[in-house]
Design a protein around this ligand. Sequence first.
Ligand SMILES: NC(=O)c1ccc[n+]([C@@H]2O[C@H](COP(=O)([O-])OP(=O)(O)OC[C@H]3O[C@@H](n4cnc5c(N)ncnc54)[C@H](OP(=O)(O)O)[C@@H]3O)[C@@H](O)[C@H]2O)c1
Length: 285
Amino acid sequence: MNMDAGKTLEGVGKVGFVGAGNMAQAIGGALLRTGLLKASNIYVSSPSNTNKGPWIQFGTHTTTENGCVVENSDVIFLAMKPIYLDAALMDIKNTLKQPVSNKLFVSLLAGVPLKVLEEKIHRIVPDARVIRVMPNTPVLVGAGCSVFSCGTTATKKDAEVVKMMLSTGGICQEISESLIDAAGGLSGCGPAYVYLIIEALSDGAVKMGVPRAMATQFASQTVLGAAKMVLETGKHPGQLKDEVCSPGGTTICGIHALEKGGVRSTLMEAVEAATKRAAELGKNK
Ligand SMILES: NC(=O)c1ccc[n+]([C@@H]2O[C@H](COP(=O)([O-])OP(=O)(O)OC[C@H]3O[C@@H](n4cnc5c(N)ncnc54)[C@H](OP(=O)(O)O)[C@@H]3O)[C@@H](O)[C@H]2O)c1
């Protein structure tokens, strides 16, 4: 690893990712795409080479030693699945060459509470500040929705830094930790719900004779357009729905079919199930 890369981002310095997978790549990609960080100031670790390809292409430093990432970074994203948190922290402990201080840890882990994170991280870096983020993968294309909550010793400046970094990939808002599992059950998991909806809409059009590629493009653009209408007009989604439904027209027939299939209740249950699962994952830690 190159240890002498200089600082380019005032107030942030060097950024590390412990875990190199989807979410780390989405955030790292956004930081690089917007020019907020240079690749030479990003350090990434993971046990295998499975996810290192894109990082090597970006030109970031890569390693198998988590301690090396922590030593070289001012802000460290914990980007492994929650079940690997203990193993990842153990590896930090075992591969740190010297004690470190003045580090900001940013956890992306679904469900793991700040109290648990602080307790575990402080065993290795006693003065670490901790922030818990719930991002989503559309960060990669600049359309992400991220929320975060600050730990007991995180500063206002830390919150600003995290907000600035996550805002390179979309919107980012600080919320109470009591809401973070539910927000994650919506926005963290939500892209998967919407992919399923897009696929199903596309299937419907294919069933009615539209070629697949065209159907998927139209379905995706329709979801994007509807979301922009809600965000940009500020109108209630129910009002926008009413505006599209002419009396005795085609759309109200489609809406009736959706209501018969229980689409509202099913989507509410999806958010509820994901929120409960996040709480379970946190309890297991
Ligand atoms: N994906 C999402 O949409 C999303 C949304 C919100 C939050 N999150 C959270 O983001 C975190 C990462 O999710 P993901 O989807 O990016 O997972 P992922 O694609 O499976 O990536 C996980 C990464 O962690 C690495 N890893 C495993 N054990 C490790 C260890 N002991 N030390 C260091 N790295 C280790 C893996 O290494 P290898 O490359 O060697 O396998 C892999 O690079 C999760 O905690 C999840 O809850 C994800």
